[in-house]
Design a protein around this ligand. Structure first.
Ligand code: PHE
Length: 344
């Protein structure tokens, strides 16, 4: 009795065994496994079989197809390794040739600075609180003592959505209210957080100002937090971030959500305070706005200002990144120009 399946199996495996190069291998594959190959032809004969034989026959063809595919792959691997060995032997592959350089990705310079910041603040006990970029006017301004029509709003024009109550935050400070409300447990728990993130302002884009930039906000709330804590904490940060002998100075300033408010300068780390172009010959670089959290703001966060106090600060990492890498133009940051990004 003829056994077409067994016959094809024998033929195919015999033929495969003596194949030694890729072209013959490919034609073997189309002869047996290809769309018009022998396996396909076997499947095509199923219809002409008595119906009780069809299923068993189909299963055998399936099994043969799997067996031949596997045999093919094994043979292919063997041939390729032999070809490789031959090429190596005949010197067609020069293994001393340098490999193509692999382009590794890098972190954005701003991301790097943020990570440095976060590491330092984490070491000092500050947890990261991720607030939101899209804010309510109420949180961005009103709850921070900037009611509608407050003149200080003019300094922070922003982008509004169709709903005039919803905007892109102009600073990370609205996160202060959110952190107090979320972590303060109804004004009963102390807080120590930093709030990093993107901020937006409607500005003329120039080499020094962009419509987007990042900030790192800091907030500490406790029962006995004083101005000396703020000063000491920022001075310690400056030592860890810039240099262990970095001097810091505080200048009286004004923010509606802190009272008193101070601007923080660190001794210029490029000239060591002697005065240079970067620090405009003052010897100092501004690194933060800061102050004691205003009683109204504490109240808006759920705290009783007669019991709780706190300090807050806001830093702008881009400026530090620019100084550190000698980046002359802030527009490079979000241009996504590879010629810039690849330098880091
Ligand atoms: N939010 C202020 C700004 O963007 C900075 C700041 C934060 C000042 C916290 C005081 C306290 O300019």
């Amino acid at each position: 009795m003829s056994d077409p399946i067994g016959e094809i199996r024998r033929q195919a495996l015999d033929a495969l065994q003596i194949i030694a190069e890729e072209k013959a291998l490919a034609s073997w594959r189309s002869q047996y496994l290809g769309r018009r190959g022998a396996i396909g032809a076997l499947f095509g004969t199923i219809g002409g079989l008595p119906s009780e034989d069809r299923s068993a026959f189909g299963q055998r063809v399936n099994a043969l197809q799997a067996e031949l595919s596997e045999a093919f792959e094994a043979r292919e691997a063997l041939i390729q390794s032999q070809l490789l060995a031959r090429d190596l032997e005949e010197g067609e592959i020069d293994i001393s040739l340098p490999a193509y350089p692999r382009r590794g990705g890098g972190l954005h310079p701003s991301t790097r600075t943020h990570r440095e910041f976060q590491t330092i603040w984490a070491d000092m006990g500050f947890q990261v609180y991720q607030s939101r970029d899209v804010e309510l006017d109420e949180f961005n301004f009103t709850l921070l003592n900037l009611p509608p029509h407050h003149p200080a709003r003019d300094m922070q024009d922003t982008f509004y959505t169709k709903d005039p109550r919803v905007l892109l935050r102009t600073h990370t400070s609205p996160g202060q209210i959110r952190a107090m409300r979320e972590l303060g447990d109804g004004g009963t728990k102390p807080i120590r957080v930093i709030l990093p993130g993107m901020c937006y302002r409607q500005e003329q884009v120039t080499a020094r100002s962009e419509i987007q930039f990042t900030q790192v906000e800091g907030l500490a709330i406790g029962r006995n937090i004083r101005m000396s804590d703020l000063k000491g904490t920022i001075a310690e940060f400056a030592k860890r971030m810039y240099n262990p002998r970095a001097k810091v100075r505080y200048r009286a300033s004004y923010f509606p959500f802190t009272e008193p408010s101070m601007e923080v300068d660190v001794e210029c780390f490029l000239c060591g305070g002697k005065g240079c172009r970067v620090c405009k010959y003052t010897g100092w670089l501004e690194i933060a706005g800061s102050g004691m959290v205003h009683p109204d703001v504490l109240r808006n966060g759920g705290y009783d200002p007669s019991v709780w106090s706190g300090f807050a600060f806001g830093m702008g990492p881009e400026r530090i990144t620019m100084l550190k890498h000698g980046i002359q133009d802030i527009r490079y940051f979000w241009d996504n120009d590879l010629r810039f990004l690849q330098q880091f």
